[in-house]
Design a protein around this ligand. Structure first.
Ligand SMILES: [Zn+2]
Ligand SMILES: [Zn+2]
Length: 478
């Protein structure tokens, strides 16, 4: 017989599935021999499969599509063709026997169907395809160099004892993903990009306690933190020397399933939908940039340069902290600037049509801004920021420029300015971000202007690069 972890040929699994048929009962409305899996139709010879189940595991299954399709997929009835094209592939969950009753509820989709057919407690082994066309679809950077990104069949991740498996509901396109595509930032291919994610936990490792199956979550971008370096110990794991970036060094979330360390996972506040939840990670970064690096205080004037996603988040956080907020962009940003107005930010400036410096002076009795949050990454923005600031003001650089830019150091010196970079987030910033999201003053969902199925990734990347809209989201399960 097979054991957990065995690697076998599908030819063997045929017999396995036949024995599975024998253990199943007839079901409600048809004889067993018409209803249970016909393995010769549901798996194709020559496929390698991994045996994930063991004799002590009960197994629940799920798949794409409607309940009807799920049932078809499970029972191998008219959906045999679906298996051939990958459309009806069931995903099997291993569930300890003591959890079967709990898990057979709504949480697991058609688990009830399995139960209805009386086989839920009797299945001993179920094959899950890995590494061939019956695996999940994923967007993959296949090798270094410009381009080299394509949709592939990719093994579903298997969780370790301290990891969780997340079924991805939404994953935002970040500049980093586009840079990985163009190979203007390094990566370790083959690797699945995508790190601005939200989804539902579908499997937890044996040692995981704080996250449960069914939880709606987002996650940080860290992997492999050492836990003992000065940055880990002082609550800033972004700088851990052992850190590997999700979606760049290890597989990210442009795929149906994504696994990560349970400690990197955050439950989304109630009522935050998957699209809004996918923007949690950039909100972490912006909250840290505004509250901690920017040290914004109530009553201050904060200028946000660049009305992209980071700018819109930073503006909302600064406003929530009690600052008067000005957001500035270019004429080409008209739609984004309109979105800023929709968010209720009072001062919205088209830099090419209006005099931002005059506005800022007018709002500050001639002193200048207390804080500039540079979120555009545009080369001239740093010098503009220095002109906008009052003496002793603060510039926080959030946007990435991509090249060295001139900085008026003498003005920084004479005006005693603080110039700070901001990347990643502290635990306190993450906590504040989740509270702002839960309480309502920061709205991330309204930043989502475009969403696409995974298959439309090329269109999505192109529109992102054309600066259409604000946030572009891939939906791997669409
Ligand atoms: Zn990002
Ligand atoms: Zn560390």
């Amino acid at each position: 017989m097979f054991a957990r972890g065995d690697h076998v040929d599908v030819h063997d699994v045929f017999g396995l599935a036949e024995s599975l048929s024998e253990t199943g009962s007839a079901g409600d409305d048809a004889p067993a021999d018409q209803r249970l899996v016909d393995p010769s139709q549901t798996l194709r010879r020559g496929h390698d499969v991994d045996i994930l189940g063991g004799a002590d595991d009960a197994i629940l299954a799920e798949s794409d599509g409607t309940d009807h399709r799920k049932r078809d997929a499970l029972l191998g009835e008219p959906a045999a063709q679906g298996f051939e094209d990958g459309g009806h592939v069931p995903r099997m969950h291993l569930v300890p026997p003591q959890q079967v009753d709990q898990a057979s509820g709504d949480l697991f989709g058609h688990a009830g169907i399995l139960a209805r057919y009386g086989i839920i407690r009797k299945i001993q082994y179920v094959p899950v395809i890995a590494g061939n066309r019956l695996g999940m679809r994923a967007l993959v950077k296949t090798q270094r160099g410009p381009g080299n990104v394509e949709l592939q069949d990719w093994p579903e991740p298997k969780v370790g004892p301290r990891e969780v498996l997340i079924e991805i509901a939404a994953c935002g396109i970040c500049g980093t993903d586009v840079h990985i595509y163009h190979d203007t930032v390094s990566s370790d291919p083959p690797v699945v990009p995508g790190h601005e994610l939200s989804g539902v936990v579908v499997e937890v490792g044996a040692e995981v306690r704080h996250v449960n199956v069914g939880d709606a979550v987002s996650a940080e971008t860290h992997h492999g933190l050492c836990g003992v370096c000065r940055y880990c110990r002082t609550g800033f794991p972004r700088h851990c020397r052992a850190r590997r970036t999700i979606g760049r060094r290890v597989d990210g979330a442009f795929a149906r399933y994504f696994k990560t360390d349970a400690a990197r996972v955050y439950a989304l506040p109630p009522g935050v939908d998957p699209l809004a939840g996918a923007i949690t990670e950039p909100l972490f970064t912006c909250t840290h940039a505004v509250l901690e690096r920017g040290e914004v205080r109530a009553g201050e004037l904060a200028v946000v340069l660049g009305p992209g996603a980071m700018g819109l988040l930073a503006a909302q956080v600064a406003r929530a902290a009690g600052a008067t907020v000005v957001v500035a962009g270019l004429t080409a940003d008209a739609r984004r600037l309109a979105l800023v107005r929709d968010l209720g930010i009072p001062h919205v400036v088209d830099l090419e049509a209006e005099d931002l410096e005059a506005l800022v002076r007018g709002l500050t009795d001639g002193y200048g801004a207390d804080l500039v949050l540079e979120c555009s990454g545009a080369a001239p923005a740093a010098a503009l920021a220095v002109r906008l600031l009052r003496k002793q003001g603060r510039l926080v650089q959030v946007g990435l420029v991509g090249s060295a830019v001139p900085l008026p150091l003498d003005e920084i010196t004479f005006n005693a300015l603080d110039v700070r970079g901001a990347v990643g987030a502290t635990a306190t910033a993450k906590d504040a971000a989740l509270r702002l999201l839960a309480a309502g003053p920061v709205r991330t969902g309204s930043l989502v202007t475009h969403q696409y199925p995974l298959e439309a990734w090329q269109e999505a990347f192109a529109r992102w690069e054309a600066k259409e809209g604000v946030k572009h989201i891939l939906i791997p399960t669409a």
